[in-house]
Design a protein around this ligand. Structure first.
Ligand code: HEC
Length: 126
């Protein structure tokens, strides 16, 4: 084999390996949250895919502005627990919420504070 062919084979092998990794969704770890992110950024990175960029829900999760989530019904500890441990479906028909991966305790507090302030500003849906 001449030199060009060998390097061509190497490049091809590498490309195939990359494609294989890219299509493996079961072990995909979420994008890292940027350092120093605020609560809104954490929310968009870890929650918005299900609860909606505008907090009003998607076909994968309920609105965070539902009256169900007002602080007296779902206190901050239920938020901490949902994020760390996930929640079995019980209020809606969206399925279970999986535990949120790759999030620090500090980011959890930031995202809860963000959601509470948004709930206060935007008001609950009735
Ligand atoms: C993969 C989708 C998904 C992601 C990502 C997700 N959730 Fe959820 N979440 C759900 C679903 C579905 C429910 C509704 C479960 C039920 O009550 O039926 C839920 C419920 C909740 C609840 C209510 C818990 C309870 O005790 O009833 C809270 C609070 C919550 N989510 C917060 C968050 C926050 C904050 C994030 C981001 C850090 C997040 N979720 C990310 C799908 C998701």
């Amino acid at each position: 084999m001449n030199h060009t062919l060998v390097s061509l084979a190497l490049v091809l092998g590498l490309a195939l390996a990359l494609v294989a990794c890219g299509s493996d969704t079961t072990t995909a770890t979420p994008e890292p949250i940027p350092a120093g992110a605020d609560g809104a950024t954490v929310y968009q990175a870890r929650c918005a895919s299900c609860h909606g960029e505008d907090l009003r829900g998607t076909d994968k999760g309920p609105s965070q502005l539902s009256i169900v989530y007002e602080p007296n019904h779902h206190g901050d500890d239920s938020y901490r627990s949902a994020i760390r441990n996930g929640v079995a479906q019980h209020h809606w028909g969206f399925g279970n919420m999986p535990a949120v991966e790759d999030i620090t305790d500090e980011q959890i507090e930031l995202v809860i504070a963000y959601l509470r302030s948004q709930q206060e500003t935007l008001g609950f849906e009735r």
